[in-house]
Ligand binder design. Structure first.
Ligand SMILES: Nc1ncnc2c1ncn2[C@@H]1O[C@H](COP(=O)(O)OP(=O)(O)OP(=O)(O)O)[C@@H](O)[C@H]1O
Length: 345
């Protein structure tokens, strides 16, 4: 199947400054992709290119097979209607009601009045705002405003939904509910979603696949599990992952040594698990097979997309710790020894 979005060797500069450098990736129909990067990485510039507000100086951007970089402006106006945009600050018209805001793209598309009302009711139901038609944006919470923003973005049945820092202005609870809503929309409508953000925690919970932009270059393309497993020596990934990874408890940082001490000690490890291994009874297994006592110090198992994934810091203690470590190395996606502490720590 052809990709819904195909970015080929896109380069774009502002004067001497290269904001995007030879970017290539493609997105399949129905995929949920998180595009992450620090401030200045080039996210907004790429987003503007994706929705044809900026024409890259080099390369091609194909949306459903149509090259945006070669279309005349009047064609681009029509193509932009096929891209739903969700903004950080909602961009709602304060003088219009909720229904009036959602109606806007329908009016631009020339949708008959009767059909507009039915479509608005359908969209309000989809985003969980039934009965909110007559309210004004000033009467809504941030999360509700973003639901209106999403309904408006979906109104004209877009081919692609682009979310630009869609949760960055929201509190954690609203962020969660908006991410759940977007996941629900992806499941129900099979809509392709590209979510642009600087927050790893957002893509961690939501994206099936993560693209990392750094200094205008696409430096990573993979799943969170790929990054946790292989990112140990990758500074860009380490910086991004530091926001979401469990860290060593402070009460241990002072006593952690690089080599095992004389006398009874615990081995402190970081473990990345996925799929079956994340749901297995790890602690009882280590105890039964090796007589090793394992204690969870930080982290745990969470659901990432459809899969279970574990990222945790453990302490292990027992005479057969070496054998237990060899076993974990085989069973886990990644196992790293962080150091050793005296038993009484
Ligand atoms: N119109 C412009 N003129 C000149 N330089 C620009 C322009 N737009 C962006 N840049 C530069 O291009 C680089 C990428 O900017 P961009 O806004 O795409 O990054 P970003 O990842 O979206 O950052 P942020 O998260 O802070 O919004 C930056 O160095 C920025 O200063």
């Amino acid at each position: 199947m052809n990709p819904i979005l195909d970015i080929q060797h896109v380069t774009h500069s502002f004067g001497q400054h290269t904001a995007l450098q030879d970017i290539s990736f493609s997105v399949k129909q129905g995929e949920v992709v998180g595009l992450i990067g620090r401030s200045g990485a080039g996210k907004s510039t790429l987003l503007r290119c994706l929705c044809a507000l900026e024409r890259p100086q080099q390369g091609h951007i194909l949306l459903d097979g149509v090259d945006l970089t070669t279309q005349p402006e009047r064609q681009l106006v029509r193509i932009r209607r096929r891209i739903g945009l969700v903004f950080q600050h909602f961009n709602l018209l304060t003088s219009r009601t909720v229904a009036g805001n959602i109606a806007l793209p329908l009016q631009i598309a020339g949708c008959p009045r009767k059909e507009q009302a039915a479509r608005i009711a359908e969209l309000l139901d989809l985003v969980g705002l039934k009965g909110f038609e007559k309210k004004y944006p000033s009467q809504l919470s941030g999360g509700q405003k973003q639901r209106v923003g999403i309904a408006r973005a979906l109104a004209a049945n877009p081919t692609l939904l682009l979310c630009d820092e869609a949760t960055s202005a929201l509190d954690p609870e609203s962020t969660n509910s908006i991410l759940n809503l977007l996941a629900d929309i992806n499941r129900k409508l099979g809509l392709t979603i590209v979510l642009i953000t600087h927050e790893m925690d957002v893509v961690r919970r939501f994206a099936q696949r993560i693209l990392v932009l750094d200094h205008g270059r696409l430096v990573e393309d993979g799943t969170l599990l790929d990054f946790l497993r292989d990112g140990q020596n990758n500074r860009t990934l380490q910086t991004l992952l530091a926001d979401i990874r469990p860290s060593l408890p402070t009460f241990l940082t002072g006593t952690l040594a690089d080599t095992p001490q004389q006398g009874p000690h615990k081995t402190i490890i970081r473990l990345v698990l996925s799929g079956d291994s994340a749901s297995e009874p790890l602690f009882s297994e280590l105890s039964a097979q090796f007589g090793v006592q394992a204690a969870l110090l930080q982290g745990g198992v969470t659901t990432v997309g459809e899969h279970l994934s574990g990222d945790m810091i453990l302490s292990l203690e027992g005479d057969r710790t070496e054998q237990a470590l060899s076993h974990l190395k085989m069973a886990a996606q990644n196992m790293e020894i962080l150091g050793y502490v005296p038993s009484h720590s």
